[in-house]
Write a protein that binds this ligand. Structure first.
Ligand code: ASP
Length: 434
């Protein structure tokens, strides 16, 4: 029998997970069964992905940077990467603002629904604003200070310090380029081998992906809040999702125009990472798979992917920035506020920065949304309005975050002449046979 492609297997796992979750909510005690006996397997799956993230960044980034052989190549690639990341984020926020101003989802919220939502979720919302206020208290340059760890072992012991690990790995790679080859060779060889081992571990973890997402989604279904509140927020969710779909189309177009690779090729190559991003709501947990797909299936040279993707997973969150813009204006509309053009331009700036500052974990975008709200003078209590539906939207925006990273990596690779025939071809006719 022909083996079913991984993305179909994952999709099947997702559908079965949702079905089981829905079935179990019908039985008394069903929720507990899922929580106690199925959810743990989802947690184990996510943990095994997160477990790989820090060693993967170390190994691949050090290997990637030192393979560059000279510093000017590094700064060229760095400049292109950061420039493209910023550009796509600003485009995403602008699309979000445009849609929310046209669709005006906030105006469909009645004052009773608003009261009900605020009452139900104000506790959760205040937890988020507390977290955000810790970030706000620090000075304007704190984000820069936070990139440089004072102890690399300390930094590597927590996944949320990813940017610090990236800093160390790039710094180490630069050191490796600058020492004589006789000395650097064994170190490079070590990281080469180390990298191979990590990639093999990712392959092994991915064998469990269909089962992992099955467990994750069934748990998500039994734990989600009541459907009535979802209905009240349907226009808001529609606006965010429409914006996210436009972004996916935009990436496909960008890749097509710039690299001449068809959308079918791009989507086929990246879809397992997208499905995983959707199931885990975490770009960081998805990073190992994004890396594998982009390198092996989309033909991006490891030299590029190992540099562009870890940075992207941490700072490039187009889906998150789009959602923050829509959410901020939605809340303002629901409270009957009119936002001036100046305030909306301010939202472009703060949502861009807030998405850069969001950690690549579930719900992080909502924490940083508090900062966007505060800057625009929108009541923070409004967070409670969108709480009920945040998780499904988080799943969608994370998918866009990951797709954006992959698209940028292809474009950077093409511009540096580092886009090859992929090792594993899912889409044969796209490449000329050699
Ligand atoms: N969950 C998102 C991510 O990991 C961040 C967010 O909450 O928007 O990319």
């Amino acid at each position: 029998m022909k083996k079913i492609a991984l993305h179909w297997q994952i999709l099947l796992g997702m559908i079965l997970g949702v079905t089981l979750g829905l079935l179990m909510t019908q039985f008394e005690g069903g929720n507990e069964i899922v929580r106690d006996w199925i959810k743990p397997f989802g947690t184990i799956f996510i943990n095994s992905l997160k477990l790989i993230a820090v060693p993967l960044i170390f190994a691949s980034l050090i290997k990637g940077v030192s393979d560059l052989k000279d510093i000017s190549k590094l700064s060229k690639m760095g400049g292109k990467t950061i420039g493209l990341y910023l550009l796509t984020t600003v485009i995403a926020v602008s699309i979000g603002l445009f849609l929310v101003n046209i669709i005006k989802p906030g105006e469909s919220i009645s004052s009773e629904t608003r009261e009900e939502l605020v009452q139900n979720y104000s506790g959760d919302a205040s937890k988020y604003s507390e977290e955000a206020s810790k970030q706000k208290e620090s000075g304007p340059l704190q984000a820069l200070v936070d990139i440089v760890p004072e102890n690399i072992f300390g930094a590597a012991s927590e996944n949320k310090n990813m940017l610090q690990v990236i800093f160390f790995a790039i710094f180490f790679g630069v050191g490796l380029i600058l020492i004589p080859e006789k000395k650097s060779k064994p170190v490079k060889k070590f990281f080469d081998g180390f990298n191979e081992v990590i990639l093999k571990m990712i392959d092994l973890i991915m064998l469990a992906a269909p089962y992992g997402v099955f467990a994750l989604l069934s748990a998500l279904v039994v734990e989600s809040p009541s459907i009535d509140l979802f209905n009240a927020l349907i226009w808001y969710a529609f606006t965010v999702i429409l914006g996210l779909l436009i972004m996916i189309a935009f990436y496909n177009l960008l890749v097509w125009v710039y690299t001449k690779k068809k959308p079918s090729f791009f989507i086929n190559g990246i879809s397992p990472a997208q499905l995983l991003a959707f199931s885990t709501s975490s770009s960081a947990a998805t990073l190992p798979v994004t890396m594998e797909r982009v390198t092996e299936h989309l033909g991006v040279d490891e030299e590029v992917s190992s540099f562009v993707l870890p940075i992207g997973a941490t700072i490039n969150m187009d889906g998150t920035s789009l959602y923050q813009a829509v959410a901020a204006v939605f809340i303002a509309q629901a409270f009957g506020m009119d936002l001036s053009l100046g305030v909306q331009l301010g939202i472009i700036a703060t949502a861009t920065l807030a998405s850069i500052g969001s950690a690549a974990v579930p719900g992080a975008g909502m924490v940083m949304l508090v900062i966007v709200l505060a800057q625009a003078g929108i009541p923070e209590a409004g967070l409670a309005l969108i709480f009920a539906i945040d998780r499904p939207l988080d799943m969608c925006r994370t998918t866009v975050n990951v797709t954006g990273d992959a698209a940028v990596s292809m474009i950077v690779a093409k511009s540096l002449d580092r886009l090859h025939v992929p090792k594993i071809k899912d889409w044969d006719d796209d490449y000329p046979k050699k």
